[in-house]
Design a protein around this ligand. Sequence first.
Ligand SMILES: [Zn+2]
Length: 173
Amino acid sequence: MLDILKYPDERLKQASQPVTVFDDTLHAFVADLKETMRAGPGGVGIAAPQVGRFERIVIVDISALRKLPKGSSHSGRLLLINPEITEWEGMAMGREGCMSVPDYTGNVIRAEKIRFTAYDESGTQREYECAGFEARAVQHEVDHLDGLLFLDRLVSRRSDLFRRKVYKRKDEK
Ligand SMILES: [Zn+2]
């Protein structure tokens, strides 16, 4: 389990570097990153800089939460290395949360459909397209690689930022 950097840690504003070596060290790191994402509450995505490693690696896994559209180009579990979004289509407002911003959610405008390329663990470049919730998650994670949080994309902090509900345990006062 890796430690998650939390807002307002300045390191979250740092841009990440492309991965150039696809070796066992990378594979081990990806495995740790996956574990860390799964351990988070409702975590559907994580980016390497969130654990203080400034390389262009993200994981998006919506397989447990949403059904993928028919004919999807992949399984809903994405490991994306050096991802580049190449096409954006449509716009939609939706609610986002982030492991680095645990106390808030926010309404953010994103493209509804995107196309992108990314390398897999073995260093092969692939093409993807996705839509809806998954496209939103990919855009959110790719933002982390450029030092951006969903907080930076809010139109208005006053109307688009929401405190997460905190449920007290029964034995707490
Ligand atoms: Zn995030």
